[in-house]
Write a protein that binds this ligand. Structure first.
Ligand code: SAM
Length: 257
């Protein structure tokens, strides 16, 4: 249909500013999208850097690292939660279910608790340990040296937290604080315990823990992202701790998304 002169005049009068407004709103939107993307990329980069640091230093070095700048801990956990949001299942939920199926009188120590999700979701008394405490319920320490008494705990949990190069000392600490027959529950990133992808031999890892004074009760490799290894502390002290052959656990480095 042919446009009348008066319509054309109206369109030219009113149409142009409208188009300009929508063009400038498009520019604002796309530049804020761009800034959001840049921010996400930057924080993803920071997360990967802190993550690599935690996997390549000892626990006390990691403690000093966060003491110098506690904001790095929040940065790490923002990135970690982003990564976890892509996992179909979270190991902390499986451990939560395991605890819920048992007596709530079991006393738990969560080694490397992160945001203390485990403590928040069970009725048990949970001692939550991490390098930084952002919550009054979390005790800040290097978990190779907790303030717990010897033989005072029923369940020790390491959910994706065997990060430091001195990880055997975390398991030794768990052995110290666990009661005889107490449970040691480990969830670890699958690639770290998969020889096909350059990871450690899970049999060697499990044997080292048994040599420390535990009996293996469950090995679950069914999940794509993580393995579950459960143990019970032996009734009698058998380990000398010396001569245990620990495999090297490779860092879990997350890909850029
Ligand atoms: C990958 S996050 C897992 C957090 C939580 N367990 C979960 O499943 O969501 C590992 C946590 O272990 C903590 N961690 C690593 N080494 C530690 C150490 N030596 N002492 C205390 N916490 C440690 C880190 O600060 C981090 O919060």
């Amino acid at each position: 249909m042919k446009e009348t002169r008066s319509r054309k005049r109206k369109r030219e009068k009113h149409g142009k500013p409208q188009n300009m407004a929508s063009a400038s709103s498009k520019i604002t939107k796309s530049s804020s999208n761009f800034l959001d993307k840049m921010r996400a990329r930057l924080s993803g980069g920071h997360f990967r850097m802190i993550n690599e640091k935690l996997y390549t230093c000892t626990g006390d070095e990691a403690l000093d690292y966060f003491k110098e700048d506690p904001s790095l801990f929040d940065m790490y956990h923002t990135g970690y939660q982003e990564q976890m949001s892509h996992w179909p299942e979270q190991p902390v939920n499986i451990i939560t279910q395991w605890l819920k199926a048992r007596s709530s009188s079991l006393v738990v120590a969560d080694f490397g608790c992160g945001d203390a999700r485990l403590a928040k979701n069970v009725k048990n008394k949970v001692f939550s340990f991490d390098l930084v405490s952002n919550d009054p319920s979390v005790i800040a320490c290097d978990m190779s040296n907790t303030p717990l008494d010897a033989s005072s705990i029923d369940v020790a949990v390491f959910c994706l937290s065997l990060m430091g190069t001195n990880f055997p000392s975390y398991l030794e600490e768990a052995h110290r604080v666990l009661k005889p027959s107490g449970w040691l529950l480990i969830a670890e990133v699958k690639s770290r315990l998969d020889p096909n992808t350059g990871g450690a031999d899970p049999k060697m890892f499990s044997k080292a823990i048994s040599d420390l004074g535990f009996t293996s009760t469950l090995k679950d490799f069914s999940n794509k992202m993580f393995v579950l290894l459960y143990f019970q502390k032996k009734e009698k002290e058998t380990s000398t701790r010396k001569g245990i052959e620990w495999p090297e656990l490779k860092p879990c480095l997350y890909k850029r998304r």
